[in-house]
Design a protein around this ligand. Sequence first.
Ligand code: DX5
Ligand code: ZN
Length: 230
Amino acid sequence: MRDIQQVRIAPSLLDADFGRLAEQIAEVEAAGADLLHLDVMDGHFVPNLSLGVPVVASIAACTDLLLDTHLMISDPARYAPAFVEAGSGSITFHIETSEQPLELVQQLRELGVKVGVALNPGTPAEAVLEIVSEVDIVLVMTVWPGFGGQAFMNECLSKITTIAERLGPEQWLEVDGGLNLETVPRAVAAGADTLVAGSAIFNSANAATAVEELRRAATEAARTRLEQRT
Ligand code: DX5
Ligand code: ZN
């Protein structure tokens, strides 16, 4: 079983208050967030629109956290360079958008940032196995992409386990969708190390406390996982 080296908490800004974004970022950063997860939607790959390049540039200006950019868009190759120029520290594309994923990964590599591949709930682990050794991040969606605040899909847990077994210690296994204090332990038990949370953080009474509690839950679950292994 793959060891979890470190758990990372990645607040998704989709549920943040965009009228006071800098303040909300400062809150989660002070609470120990490891990354900021930025959900980019094009109204085509997913039935919703969200933030674009100028917003990423504004966010980059107010934080040093890695901007973990989740492209839920049909043509990631076309727009990735602009996001990197704006300050994205990682670019994750959806495997469902690409017929030649290996070539896309090579193209994204040239941008000099971390490269990730994401899978929708209906996409099997096998779809990414060919390129898994070439990426820095595998992102398993545990809701259908497009909206925050949906319920965690337990049926995706076995896919997390399958992918975990294929990853090396430096690669990140990110889980996105429906994570909260109840579901984080399940994701970590299955092998996730990087946990995206939107509504559980920004729709809570206190975003900083929510980050700390999620980290505590994730760290505890990682310890339990290690104990069961040894
Ligand atoms: C969904 C996005 C997620 C979303 C997570 O399409 O990719 O990052 O914001 O939100 P919660 O944590 O509320 O499921
Ligand atoms: Zn996301």
